[in-house]
Design a binder for this molecule. Structure first.
Ligand code: ADP
Length: 233
């Protein structure tokens, strides 16, 4: 059964002269443990779509259901809690807090959700070890490399055990070797944690790690040749 159902998403922005229709009806669905890579050039609407799926922005029309819940039907405070419990985000920029250590940064979502328990600290340490940072727990973000910062951001995104991980150009600021390491971790952690993953990128190389791929073009989502359908049975 699909745990994420995205149906006929339309997004328009009013501009001074006309309405800008960025998304013209985008649909896809994922079951637990499935990943989708969405390709498209800069300006095609990838971030817009990802923000809507992540409940950070509302569609002009269309619907999102995650784990059977319509997030846009929730009041603002419930929506914030829903988002922090169910969705993890990795962006092109790591957004780590510069004054906090790597471990503290990974614990930030737990603080926001009501408290850091010993179990959460253990989860954070386990994740940081999994992404190769167990020797860097007490370092500040400025004391580690760009690839390490992005791996810490990945651990932070997963600390609350979300059902859905959203990644927006997660390797966009990295050199080739660091990008390959982050891509491998995304693929492996998505499987290990049985996560749903939606990744948007303009990088064919990054998208090639995922069997299910689609292209956002002209405001619509099309499966890439040879890739599985966007709505599994
Ligand atoms: P991508 O992530 O593929 O680069 P975006 O989703 O960021 O594309 O943007 C898609 C289009 O929507 C762009 O033309 C952008 O200028 C426009 N856009 C994005 N956000 C807004 C906004 N808040 N107001 C008006 N136009 C916007």
């Amino acid at each position: 059964m699909a745990e994420l159902v995205v149906e006929d998403i339309v997004k328009e922005y009013p501009t001074r002269t006309e309405r800008l229709v960025v998304l013209k009806g985008c649909s896809f669905s994922l079951s637990a443990g499935q990943a989708l890579a969405i390709l498209g050039p800069s300006g095609s609407g990838k971030s817009t779509l990802l923000h809507i799926v992540g409940t950070l922005d509302r569609p002009t029309s269309g619907s999102v259901r995650l784990g059977g819940v319509d997030p846009f039907g929730l009041a603002e405070a419930s929506l914030a809690r829903f988002r922090s419990e169910r969705i993890g985000f990795v962006f092109q920029d790591h957004y780590l807090l510069p004054q906090c250590t790597v471990l503290e940064n990974v614990l930030v979502p737990a603080l926001a959700a009501g408290g850091v328990t010993p179990a959460i600290v253990e989860r954070a340490q386990t994740l940081l070890a999994r992404v190769g940072l167990s020797e860097r727990l007490d370092h500040l973000p400025s004391e580690i490399s760009g690839g390490e910062r992005q791996r810490a951001a990945l651990a932070r995104a997963l600390v609350m055990r979300p059902m859905l991980l959203l990644a927006d150009e997660p390797t966009g600021n990295l050199d080739r070797a660091a990008a390959a390491a982050v891509a491998r971790l995304l693929v492996d952690l998505q499987r290990e944690e049985s996560l749903m993953l939606v990744l948007v990128t303009h990088s064919l190389e990054l998208a090639s790690h995922f069997p299910r791929r689609a292209e956002l073009e002209g405001g619509r989502l099309q499966p890439l040749a040879g890739a599985p359908s966007l709505s599994p049975p």
